[in-house]
Design a protein around this ligand. Structure first.
Ligand SMILES: [Zn+2]
Length: 499
């Protein structure tokens, strides 16, 4: 069969490096990642536990009424590191956990220690040879010459972006395990919002590592959600294009991907995600028009971002009617990130989470990028507070008992732009650009057929019985839609108006 290149995901330009070489190290390099967050002695642990209990009591941090939030995390992830100068610091997870627990938020959630995903689970998306290689390859020191790394580099592994560090496979499988567990809790209805801050690794491909990502836990999580939901909306607010997830679901209309990112194809990773890239070009491919891209320039503000996010996502929801939302909360879109250059504050970033939560659709929240650990921790802690409905009730001053409190530089959860950057970055996003984006996206959505699909090409074959269940649900939806159309016609109102 001849392959039409326009209908297959491909890179438009040679991919820029994720990692700008010669980056400044953000303050002193944290050498030890294996410091347990828990106090060294039982006595100190008990004292810390007492403090957070008192804090939770004082601020009324209890489980939300009417819905359940689950938190999926494995502290073992913190013990790994990508290399001293690599910007990906699992230490940011330690700091996140430090804030979340110090604010007593764990008392408002179901807390699960994420298990490692199994080989079979990983190969639900990734190829056997890739996962086998990941599992068996020996750690390698970073090549000195980053542009000419090891000649026998396979699967894009071992370079400066995706180094082969000690414990890599464990790290990946724990990250994926957390996201899989989170997705399953949503599927069983035990959770309404499930959080996996150790996941969100959106660049990983079927058989290739990319941009600090090795295993695409998001794709694995969405595959779980597709077991019971006919349609899943994927939203990505990382500063980088969510290319791995877009590619994985390129040819299906059961997943719509929406990525907000900086776009500068010559220099900024991964170089994809132009406004005009909306999935396969052929109208015969069900995935056509199901990839929405929102390319932005440096310096976008909270107001603009929030407005754009709500305008676009509300339109997507209306047209696509997802049964679940997968939200990647990459924190490199925050002001002061080591790689990203937006002007977003925690509040602006979190407004996306607030909006998704307000839709009352099962919500899976992932981490993602984020290279200034203290800011990442602030954002993910605040967004955890949004999930449990306590973001307005907790004090903004970091609790005095917060472990590593001095590492946060400012003692507030919500520092101002001035505190973070001094001078805000120049905003290169004129109103006209944003209006054009909304117009283009609205135009794309006109083509999105609300009738549900019967296309299952991306669903692994082992999902037989569950697949039948979803098929039945889709059939019912089609019938419902037909019924609605018939009623409207009978009432002389014609077909439903298309927006
Ligand atoms: Zn990123």
């Amino acid at each position: 069969m001849e392959v039409d290149p326009a209908n297959h995901y491909s890179l438009r330009l040679p991919k820029p490096n994720y990692l700008p070489h010669k980056v400044d190290v953000d303050g002193p390099v944290v050498k030890k990642f294996n410091k347990p967050l828990d106090r060294p002695s039982d006595l100190e642990n008990a004292a810390y536990l007492n403090k957070i209990k008192r804090f939770a009591h004082e601020y009324g941090i209890t489980k939300p009424k009417g819905y359940t939030v689950s938190f999926h995390y494995n502290p073992e992830m913190e013990r790994h590191h990508f290399g001293q100068t690599h910007p990906m610091k699992p230490w940011r997870l330690t700091l996140t956990k430090s804030l979340v627990s110090s604010y007593g938020m764990n008392f408002a959630m179901e807390n699960y220690t994420a298990r490692a995903a199994t080989y079979e689970e990983l190969t639900a998306f990734h190829t056997d040879d890739y996962v086998e290689f990941l599992a068996s390859v020996a750690p390698q020191p970073l090549p000195l010459d980053v542009d000419n790394s090891s000649p026998d580099l396979k699967f894009n592994l071992g370079g400066s972006d995706c180094p082969l560090f000690e414990g890599l496979y464990d790290y990946c499988s724990m990250s994926a395990g957390g996201s899989l567990d989170a997705a399953r809790k949503l599927c069983t209805g035990q959770s309404d919002i499930a959080i996996s801050w150790g996941g969100g690794l959106h660049h990983a491909k079927k058989s290739e590592a990319s941009g600090f990502c090795y295993i695409n836990d998001i794709v694995l999580g969405i595959l779980q959600l597709l077991r019971i939901h006919p349609r899943v909306l994927y939203i990505d607010i990382d500063v980088h294009h969510g290319d791995g997830v877009e590619e994985a679901f390129f040819s299906t209309d059961r997943v719509m991907t929406v990525s907000f990112h900086k776009y500068d194809p010559q220099v900024f990773f991964p170089g994809t995600g132009a406004l005009e890239d909306n999935g396969p070009r052929s109208e015969h491919n069900p995935g056509a028009h199901h990839a929405i891209n929102v390319p932005l320039n440096d310096g976008i503000t909270d107001e603009q971002y929030e407005w754009l996010f709500k305008s676009i996502i509300s339109r997507c929801i209306e047209k696509f009617r997802p049964g679940a939302i997968a939200l990647q909360c990459g924190a490199d879109s925050l002001a002061g990130d080591r790689l990203g250059k937006f002007n977003l504050l925690v509040q602006g970033h979190a407004s996306c989470v607030e909006y998704c939560k307000s839709l009352n659709i099962p919500l899976l929240m992932f981490g993602g990028g984020g290279y200034t650990p203290r800011n990442v921790a602030r954002a993910w802690a605040y967004e955890t507070a949004v999930a449990i409905g306590h973001n307005k009730t907790i004090p903004t001053e970091l609790p005095l008992h917060t472990p590593w409190r001095d590492r946060f530089r400012q003692d507030t959860l919500l520092p101002t732009l001035e505190q973070i950057l001094g001078e805000p970055r120049q905003n290169k996003n004129p109103k006209k650009k944003l209006d054009d984006i909304i117009e283009h996206v609205s135009e794309q959505l006109r083509f999105v057929e609300t009738a549900p699909s019967v296309q299952f090409s991306t669903i692994p074959p082992d999902l037989g019985p569950i697949r039948d269940e979803v098929e039945q649900r889709i059939k019912e939806e089609v019938e419902e839609k037909d019924e609605l159309g018939r009623k409207l016609r009978e009432e002389g109102m014609g077909d439903r108006m298309e927006l």
